[in-house]
Design a protein around this ligand. Structure first.
Ligand SMILES: Cc1ncc(COP(=O)(O)O)c(C=O)c1O
Length: 409
């Protein structure tokens, strides 16, 4: 430090706060907060049933674990290219051709440390300070804060339960300003479980492109759709303008690989190159051994999935029936993901006038020993989110506890 600097500091001219101003508007993750509170109560010996974590309760399939072990023995312990190994990028490109029927090259693929990291790299790559990102509300809790961290401004576009949480393109148009740059889609959705059908996806994507927006589509739940519903990607046809659509995907949900931290982005090579630059400076590369595990997942059989989906669907059905039987709760049947999202507005006044979903979630934790996430941090006051990526026994027991507790209101 030169003497002028130290003099200025001594005189109080330079006052630096410890934490950057960039972080001032950022919230800690609400779902992680509930999970943490659940852990604290459990540590005190209280038997809490947790419906807060969005994480499959199944173990990673054995063939993936074996492939990872073999890769370790074969020396997959070194740096890899920043955007991921060529083998994994090729496997992801080939999977994209199978799933979305879009011919895909290596340069259109980047491997990152989880789907969340893909989103973060994307926003860092495309947003200038003040650029707006349109986000259908309710939304995954991390979206607005990621946009803010990258200097952007999240702008919420409302969606409604009576539209099955699918965005009306005319509301998108209404929300657009001269600073709007990106539309962020998420189908199937966390927290609502909502799903866009082909016509709805086409209408929204076409409208966004006609408004000059880029579309980033978080498709991490694409394999988890139930009944006779069909997943439709934002890349819904080879005829759409591929330079305007960016896909977020990964192994976390489909293959029960949340802790391996591998996700990928697929889109415009220029955006992929920009994200690779950021990634190279920030983390060098995603973990070598996890990329080998992800390669085994993407190239391997999906024979475990129908059984898992059957279980998810049965749990969902039990949850929806049980929640609707509680006086004052209203729960629609979600077509995808692994969340139910009941409307609890009729129950709230029974607690005390002016009570919120946040009060209700706290009340459930204390009075039913059941952990749920309030809707407010997802942009949906009056709702709660419960994950059914947990056993049927715990769902039945949790429903029974909630039913008994809510009778006292
Ligand atoms: C909609 C959505 N996107 C992204 C993620 C994060 O995925 P990953 O664990 O691969 O980072 C989640 C996790 O809950 C999610 O629900």
């Amino acid at each position: 430090m030169n003497s002028a600097n130290s003099e200025n500091i001594a005189n109080g001219y330079v006052q630096m706060s410890k934490i950057s101003t960039r972080l001032a508007a950022i919230e800690p993750s609400a779902t992680l907060a509930v999970t943490q509170k659940t852990g604290e109560l459990r540590a005190k010996g209280i038997d809490v049933i947790g419906f807060s974590a969005g994480e499959p309760d199944f173990a990673t399939p054995q063939h993936i674990i074996e492939a990872a072990k073999a890769a370790l023995d074969a020396g997959a312990t070194r740096y890899t290219p920043a955007a991921g190994t060529v083998a994994l990028k090729r496997a992801v490109a080939a999977q994209n051709e199978r799933v979305r029927k879009i011919s895909t090259s290596d340069e259109q693929v980047i491997i990152c440390t989880g789907a969340k990291h893909v989103l973060y790299n994307f926003f860092m790559a495309v947003l200038d300070v003040g650029d707006e990102v349109l986000i259908p509300s309710p939304f995954y809790v991390s979206y607005p804060d990621q946009v803010r961290l990258a200097g952007g401004i999240p702008v919420m576009v409302p969606t409604f339960a009576h539209d099955n949480w699918v965005m009306d393109p005319s509301l998108l148009e209404k929300a657009v300003t001269s600073r709007s740059k990106v539309l962020l889609l998420n189908s199937p959705s966390n927290p609502t479980g909502g799903l866009y059908n082909r016509d709805q996806m086409k209408a929204v994507v076409d409208k966004a492109i006609s408004l000059g927006l880029y579309v980033i589509s978080d498709e991490i739940y694409r394999d988890l759709v139930y009944d006779d519903h069909e997943f439709v990607s934002a890349m819904y046809s080879p005829d759409v303008d591929m330079s305007r659509i960016f896909i977020v995907d990964g192994v976390s949900k489909t293959y029960a690989m949340t802790g391996w931290r591998i996700g990928w982005g697929i889109g415009d090579p220029e955006i992929v190159a920009a994200m690779t630059k950021i990634q190279g400076q920030a983390i060098t590369n995603p973990t070598a051994i996890s990329q080998e595990a992800a390669l085994a997942a993407v190239e391997g059989p999906l024979d475990f999935l129908p059984g898992w989906k059957q279980q998810y669907q049965a749990r969902r059905d039990a949850f929806v029936a049980g929640l609707n039987a509680i006086d004052g709760m209203e729960c629609k049947m979600p077509p995808g993901a692994f969340y139910v999202f009941p409307d609890v507005t009729q129950i709230l006044p029974k607690m005390a006038p002016g009570s919120t979903d946040i009060d209700f979630a706290k009340w459930l934790l204390e009075n039913a020993n059941v952990a749920v996430v309030p809707g407010t941090p997802f942009g949906a006051p009056g709702y709660i989110r419960l994950a059914y990526a947990t056993s049927m026994e715990l769902i039945i027991e949790g429903l029974s506890r909630m039913t008994i507790a809510c009778r006292k209101l």
